[in-house]
Design a protein around this ligand. Structure first.
Ligand SMILES: *Cc1c(COP(=O)(O)O)cnc(C)c1O
Length: 390
């Protein structure tokens, strides 16, 4: 029987059972959405403040940004802006092997460039490693509280997460890790040193013990510059089960340009080359990262300023009666919120005053706040607000 209904409605009727989500992979339908941050402009409107009047110390960004001026330039064009303004071939796809940047990274790290791969942030590399290593149903070990992207990417990749919580001082529970490795046969473990959110480092004995286990160890050194310790990138030549990840986001103030890198054993890196998106690092990102590495003195000075400011911030936070700060090897300080004060309320009260910090209110971490180390004036503004809340 011919229907008088327009054709597009007839087609829709026939597909009634096929809603869009029925095309989505089963394990992704159960995934809870990632909690993204508000773009700075949106935050500015929400708080009713100009971006310059917001103290943003909630995401461990480097407030000094990339090198402002090349030391050998007479005029005052910002170095990075100039480098980005002079892109010769922005209309040509970038080098899929990021050769210039990998050579610069090799000089910077002392590790040969054939062990180094660059990504669209360290975040891309975490996902890429999982895509290369994990079959659906495989397991990873995660040691919370820590960076939450490991758990998130594992879920996206259909892997199971075995959680081996850190001890109360945030050190690793190596015995329980060994048990989990033996019992569950996980493929890889993600370790963060310095750890986000507490800023503690993993001691070498623990790391050696874990490297002895039959498991791929991904050591995330996103904050290693602030620790005073040398990166373990070179260790990948001796350990066939070690990957070390780093980033320009915190070290060089390039979070918005998305450049991270990793050191890999040759037996592993070969497959990442095959699986990665060919043009994962943009022309702008590569130029920016190379420009940053050319200005080693600037990077060193910024690092020193942040470390000094961390120590000053720590002492000042200690004087606040409702905060118990943890010593940190990174560019942020975790504080326990004490004296019956509520961490979420504290975060909200500070936001109203234009100071953004991070709070933790989930079962693994309840009643804590994390403050990124900013410039001295950011510390001063934070302290003034905290005192008004005492
Ligand atoms: C910020 C952060 C990263 C992400 O680095 P990007 O290069 O910006 O993707 C990775 N690991 C940890 C622990 C971080 O805190």
């Amino acid at each position: 029987m011919a229907s008088s209904m327009p054709l597009d409605q007839q087609v829709n009727q026939g597909q009634q059972s096929l809603t869009g989500d029925s095309f989505i992979r089963q394990h992704l339908r159960k995934l809870s959405p990632y909690q993204p941050i508000l773009p700075f402009e949106v935050l500015s409107i929400k708080l009713g403040r100009k971006p310059e009047d917001i103290i943003k110390i909630d995401a461990n960004e480097n407030p000094y940004g990339p090198p402002p001026e090349a030391s050998n330039m007479q005029h005052h064009t910002p170095f990075l802006i100039q480098a980005l303004g002079q892109l010769k071939f922005p209309y040509i796809y970038p080098d899929p092997e990021s050769r210039r940047l990998r050579d610069a990274l090799s000089k910077d790290s002392g590790l040969e460039s054939n062990h180094i791969l660059v990504g669209c942030g360290a975040d891309e590399l975490i996902d890429l490693i999982m895509r290369c290593v994990l079959d659906p149903g495989d397991k990873i070990v995660d040691c919370p509280p820590t960076f939450t992207m490991y758990e998130f990417d594992a879920a996206v990749n259909g892997a199971h997460v075995i959680k081996v919580p850190r001890k109360s001082d945030f050190s690793l529970n190596v015995e329980l890790i060994a048990d989990a490795v033996e019992r569950e046969k996980p493929k890889c473990i993600f370790l963060t040193s310095p750890n986000n959110p507490d800023g503690s480092i993993i001691n070498e004995q623990d790391l050696f013990k874990i490297l002895e286990m039959p498991i791929l160890v991904v050591l995330d050194e996103a904050y290693i510059e602030f620790s005073g310790l040398e990166s373990k990138m070179k260790w990948v030549k001796k350990h066939d089960n070690l990957i070390v990840l780093r980033t320009f986001s915190k070290r060089a103030g390039l979070a918005g340009l998305r450049v991270g890198y990793g050191a890999f054993p040759l037996s592993i890196i070969e497959y990442l080359w095959r699986a990665k998106q060919p043009y994962n690092v943009s022309v702008a990102a590569e130029v920016a990262a190379c420009a940053a590495l050319q200005n080693a003195t600037y990077l060193e000075n910024v690092k020193e300023m942040l470390i000094q400011e961390r120590e000053r911030l720590f002492k000042l936070l200690k004087e606040i009666p409702f905060l118990n700060p943890y010593p940190s090897y990174s560019n942020f300080i975790l504080c326990e919120v004490t004296s019956g004060k509520n961490a979420k309320k504290l975060k909200e009260d500070l936001a109203k005053m234009g100071v953004m910090i991070r709070h933790y209110d989930k079962k693994e971490m309840k009643g804590y706040v994390r403050v990124s180390v900013g410039k001295p004036e950011h510390t001063n503004a934070l302290m003034k607000c905290l005192k008004s809340l005492s």
